[in-house]
Design a protein around this ligand. Sequence first.
Ligand code: K7E
Ligand code: CUA
Length: 615
Amino acid sequence: MKKAVIILVGIAAAVAFYCAPSAPKGSRKAPTGASDLAVAAQKTYVAPGDLDEVYLFSSGGHSGQIYVYGVPSMRHLSTIPVYTPYPATGYGFDDETRAMLGGLTWGDVHHPALSETNGEYDGRWLFVNEMNGRVARVDLKDFKTRQIFGPMPNISGNHGSAFVTPNTEYSMLATRFSIPIPKGKYAAIDKYASDYKGIIAAVKIDPKTGTMSQGFEIMTPPFDWDLGDAGKKVSDGWMFWTCYNSERATGKLEVTASQRDRDYIAAVDWRAAEKAIAEGKGDVIGGVKVIDPKKVPGIVYLLPCGKSPHGVDVSPDGKYIVGSGKLQGVTTVFNFEKVQTAIRNKDFTGDEDGIPVLKYENIKDAEVPVGLGPLHTQFGPDGYAYTSLFVDSAIAKWKLGTWEVVDKIPMSYSIGHLCAAEGDTVSPKGKYLIGLNKLSHGRHLSVGPSQPESSQLVDISEEKMKLLYDAFTEPEPHNAQMIEAKKLHPIEVYPKEENKNPLAIWDVKDAGVTRNGPNVTVKVVLVRSTITPTAIEVNQGDTVKIAMTNIEQTTDELHGFGLLDYNINIVVDPGETKVVTFKADKPGVFPYYCTNFCSALHQEMQGYLIVKGKG
Ligand code: K7E
Ligand code: CUA
């Protein structure tokens, strides 16, 4: 206990020290750790007309969005709205995306997960979690959010997500906040240790379409699950999650959840869980099949780990599981084979609600002295691992197998996640590593109390890591993933023949209003430089459905439909049809106009909605 307090005080002091603004203001000197400036500039400069080599998909935290950057330029290329309406693309305004958002207007996005085939990014989809128990799928053909699944029942605080398995069989979820289940059930807070439950959940993914559906859940003690990673190659079929608060404490967790020396990493045999569910072993709770490990043994095991661990990361060959107490100076490398042997030999020290606990000494291969505050680990193509150190505000480079720390580079400041190119797959690509820093004092021009977020691009192609570039990244960066640009082939227009919307029309002759009692359907054609029809007349109280088709088949010829006074803002890509339904409850004459600059006569692209009053 006393030791923990001393460590906490030490960390507070270290954080205060590192957070102090120390970067030169207004001077253009090389930052510490930068390579020769000219070399760094050359390595990050993408000349006009040239393209970046790598895509970076970065979490937008509670902005509810995903941000796309090009690497090495670190240029912000695109914003993909996921859990939050985004007027720039009309997301959350048309019927389909509004229904997808389900009445919620934000989500706290943490971990993007690119789809995988045989443990490699396959460039098909991007999954991403948010805290409210949901997972979304972005199609990388058009960089659009196509499905928001959930909230998954019984899940409260879906932080340990949306990690995919090596063949994208599942997206995995875990609760940060335990509650009595099913949702809605009451239990007093002093019954926390016994009546509150943690949940590990698997969302099934259709291998052809990417469509998500309900999988299964596993009930756990009320630990706070934090982060996960799927096993791969030799450890394929297993999933690993860290937890804090194995004390099952409530109240001031910084004190109450710091009493034990160790917390856990859960090792979950998800194929065994899948099989148990198929054999009918789950109980239905809150509408989903839930496995209780007390009744169905052989699925979950607990690996003791340094206390309050954050990340857990599996090496490219699947042999090692790296996890650290975030108050420690070392990161532990667990050996998957030793874990399997211990399970076979039933070498347990006890259990937690029926879940066997393994012996730390028997399953670890090494404690690597990376430095203070290890959070996350990524991998290079050459057997090196890179661990982010929050307290030391640095990245440590170390060798798998020899466990030798070979290099360290300071980060400005207090790095959280880090992202190497395809650095969590079976074949990391190397070259680029990005530190996603939590604090950035003085790294950019000041814009007031909320300092611009800073991510730092590091060259890992040589023995010594070299700082190349300080980039602004949209808040709130948690995890990010980088994929080689050549793996993605986004479309440029929606081909006309693939548009299956029953309200789509392709000729201005077909545009116009049809009435069925108080229900009015308006078919609209958008093409340079007219919105047809140019006037729409309805009666007050009508339910109006406007279906607009952008009949262009030319790259980047977008049109918009802004209907003032009715809060309608639709953007339609070439070949796409979008539908918006609203009640015409305000009488009067309301202009609509194209919002995307589309031609020399863009300004002329306008019309009137005329709502005839009842009186
Ligand atoms: Cu910011 Cu992965 Cu939510 Cu670590 S998490 S730092
Ligand atoms: Cu269409 Cu501007």
